[in-house]
Design a protein. Structure first.
Length: 341
């Protein structure tokens, strides 16, 4: 018995020592958006504990108070109702739910990732004429591609941004769905092929932070990580010049096709230049110039379609059948011809 007690104490001490070395980045982030999200987690947890702790305490108390060996406990077999107890049981949780609902509604709109930032942090507003840093993010198998359109550079598995400058992320994927996540900066945002999601954030402290995919995407998922550098303005300019001096050359469409091939644990790469239309081609699934871009397909569909699919059952509708003269007329396929014609 004495040995088991010592073993239990040793395990508790070891657990405390291991936890002491943990970096709880979610609760101690370096970006204002992540900081607000972390505070929301704390507030929500405290509100729920207001109910959970008394319930656990009363459960233990009732089990001890009305144990079989306690002959002094009041025995009331015909008791079935108490107005005061009913009010306590239902009113407190109802108030907590109302409070959580209000906090969630407000924070959902305040922390909308598509909404441009309103401040740098709790004490500082965004200076006038501040231009956000635009970063185009592409989730590949199994690596991350970052394109800086203003700087004309691109990197693989490395991201950098100036401290206290708003960042505007445009996020997409090459094949399967992934999740872009830098815990110190902001919450995770999904990356999906053929779609663009957005994230606005700011880093308030210099340092090196971990970024990764938070959505399982296949064999190389565990190695799909990158470093995010929070730099001063001067250091960021030096980093840009370092990338422009990279040995990987220009990221063209043909080079992107090779990069897109699934690979695991890719090293950091710096591209001194990048095709300005590359991200738009990735987003619209037409990096291969022989493929029609998705936005062009949608434009054709919106204009009435083409070929047999567009002609199906529309030639019989007369163009003049509109509700009013002000109603815009849609275009329809009314005749088809062969290549010989």
């Amino acid at each position: 018995m004495h040995i088991l007690k010592n073993l239990r104490r040793s395990l508790l001490l070891l657990s405390a020592m291991l936890l002491a070395g943990c970096n709880t980045v979610l609760m101690n982030p370096s970006g204002d958006i992540a900081n607000q999200q972390g505070r929301l987690i704390v507030v929500s947890t405290v509100l729920m504990l207001i109910i959970i702790i008394p319930v656990i305490a009363l459960t233990i108390f009732f089990a001890w108070r009305y144990r079989q060996s306690n002959k002094e406990a009041t025995y009331s077999p015909d008791w079935d109702h108490s107005t005061q107890l009913e009010l306590a049981i239902w009113a407190a949780p109802l108030l907590i739910i109302i409070a959580l609902g209000a906090i969630t509604w407000i924070s959902t709109h305040t922390l909308d990732p598509y909404q441009p930032l309103r401040r740098l942090d709790a004490q500082r507003a965004i200076p006038a004429e501040t231009k956000p840093l635009v970063v185009e993010v592409v989730a590949l198998d199994w690596k991350w591609l970052f394109i800086y359109p203003e700087q004309g550079i691109a990197t693989v598995n490395e991201l950098a941004a100036p401290v206290d400058r708003p960042i505007s992320f445009k996020i997409t994927a090459s094949s399967v769905m992934n999740s872009f996540f830098i815990p110190a900066l902001a919450g995770q945002i999904y990356a999906m092929p053929g779609m663009e999601t957005k994230l606005h954030a700011v880093i308030n402290k210099p340092g090196e932070f971990e970024g990764f995919s938070a959505n399982y995407s296949g064999a190389g998922f565990s190695g799909m990580r990158f470093k995010f550098h929070g730099l001063s303005n001067g250091d960021f300019d030096q980093w840009v010049q370092k990338v422009k001096a990279g040995k990987d050359g220009e990221l063209t469409r043909d080079l992107y096709k090779k990069l897109e091939v699934p690979s695991e644990r890719e090293p950091v790469r710096h591209y001194a230049a990048v095709d300005p239309a590359l991200y738009d081609a990735i987003l619209n699934l037409c990096v291969d110039r022989n493929k029609m871009c998705m936005k062009e397909m949608m434009a054709i569909d919106a204009d009435g379609g083409m070929g047999k699919p567009g002609a199906f059952n529309v030639a019989t509708k007369q163009a003049w059948q509109v509700d009013s003269l002000d109603t815009p007329k849609r275009k329809y396929v009314t005749a088809m011809c062969t290549t010989e014609e």
